[in-house]
Design a protein around this ligand. Structure first.
Ligand SMILES: [Zn+2]
Length: 84
């Protein structure tokens, strides 16, 4: 059950009408029976955090919260390669 935003620095209370609800695979921990462990886990980012952050699943780390714009926007990546 989701009670609040997945961003640890945010305490927004879960509201299914706002924000983004995401589902990621869940691996059984060592010693756990995979059959008794839910295959997925749910996370929710509130409307404010979902504008700034994204949740991604990394095989080696699990679910990661990262900035939506880690790379400069495309406009800043453009370079003139031939003068007008
Ligand atoms: Zn939030």
């Amino acid at each position: 059950m989701i009670f609040e935003c997945a961003n640890p620095d945010c305490s927004a209370v879960f509201d299914h009408r706002n924000g983004v609800l995401l589902r990621f695979p869940k691996r059984a921990s060592d010693g756990q029976n995979p059959a008794s462990t839910p295959a997925v886990q749910h996370f929710w980012l509130c409307a404010v955090c979902s504008q700034t952050f994204v949740l991604e699943y990394k095989d080696d780390q699990g679910v990661v919260l990262s900035l939506r714009w880690e790379k400069p926007p495309l406009a800043k990546q453009r370079r003139v390669i031939a003068a007008a």
